[in-house]
Ligand binder design. Structure first.
Ligand code: PEP
Length: 268
């Protein structure tokens, strides 16, 4: 375990809220306004932590308008992207459309996409390539199921998933990695910070091998899976954990704001 989060000065921590299929565009406007106010009101130093929200597609234009009009220090992203740029792909959303809304990030390969929509490692690589074609930073989600953990140990499956996804990454373009053990997502049973660090260190070693030492050192690796205000500080103390992808708790305003202000809990 690292002594302090100040050992990671070169990587800006990222706290990302995945709203999944929750909040319509009116609810999104109210939520983002309150979130920005809550964080400002508490004199949170936005400069030290990047905050991003991932609303449903139908909310993105409203969130963009609000963030741009009020110059809110919040990033936003899509929850998915098509591997294609245009054409006869009913229901898909092009990276070109996301980029036109100033979308900074996009989640790719979330376990719910893999589980319910048959997303394979090949599709995840193609979507990573699509994000980079449109200068959107892909947040590549990977993680093992409980069965994978039992059969292969903690790091083998996430490392293999990341290796496959990196096939689609463009040289020199930013990626973010989100390590989310599937057994920890929505279960209330988070990994321990030591478990998260063990896998994130293995992921960084792979990044060194594939992207080189400098790019690996600059790449943020997030932990996701039942992150709460009570456990975030432990994760953020770890050397290779640079932030969190938060699901359920990102919909609870005070709780999410408290996660963003994790430095307050460091040392507790
Ligand atoms: C997620 O869906 O990415 C996630 C981490 O969910 P939760 O925080 O609810 O476990």
């Amino acid at each position: 375990m690292a002594d302090s989060v100040t050992q990671k000065p070169t990587r800006t921590p990222l706290i990302a809220g995945n709203w999944k299929m929750n909040l319509d565009h009116l609810q999104a406007i109210a939520f983002v306004q309150k979130l920005a106010w809550t964080l400002k009101d508490a004199q949170h130093d936005f400069g030290s932590v990047e905050v991003a929200v991932f609303p449903p597609f139908t909310d993105l234009r409203s969130v963009q308008t609000l963030v741009n009009a009020d110059d809110l220090p919040l990033a936003f992203g899509g929850q998915d992207i098509s591997q294609h740029d245009s054409g006869a792909y009913t229901g898909e959303v092009s990276g070109a459309f996301l980029a036109a809304l100033d979308t900074a990030y996009v989640l790719i390969g979330h376990s719910e996409r893999r589980q319910y929509h048959g997303e394979t490692d090949e599709i995840v690589a193609a979507k990573t390539a699509a994000a980079h074609r449109h200068d959107i930073v892909p947040i590549i989600c990977i993680g093992e199921t409980a069965e994978d953990l039992e059969a292969h140990g903690p790091a083998a499956v996430p490392v293999a998933q990341l290796r496959a996804a990196l096939e689609g990454a463009a040289t020199g373009k930013e990626i973010v990695v989100a390590y989310e053990p599937v057994w920890a997502i929505g279960s209330g049973q988070a990994a321990t910070s030591e478990q998260a660090q063990q896998v994130c260190a293995a992921l960084r070693a792979l990044l060194v091998e594939v992207l080189g030492a400098d790019a690996a050192a600059a790449t943020r690796i997030l932990y996701g899976g039942s992150v709460k205000s009570g456990n975030i500080a432990g994760f953020m103390r770890e050397t290779d954990v640079d932030g969190a992808l938060v699901g359920g708790a990102s919909l609870q305003l005070e709780e999410f704001a408290s996660i963003v202000r994790y430095q307050k809990h460091v040392g507790t």
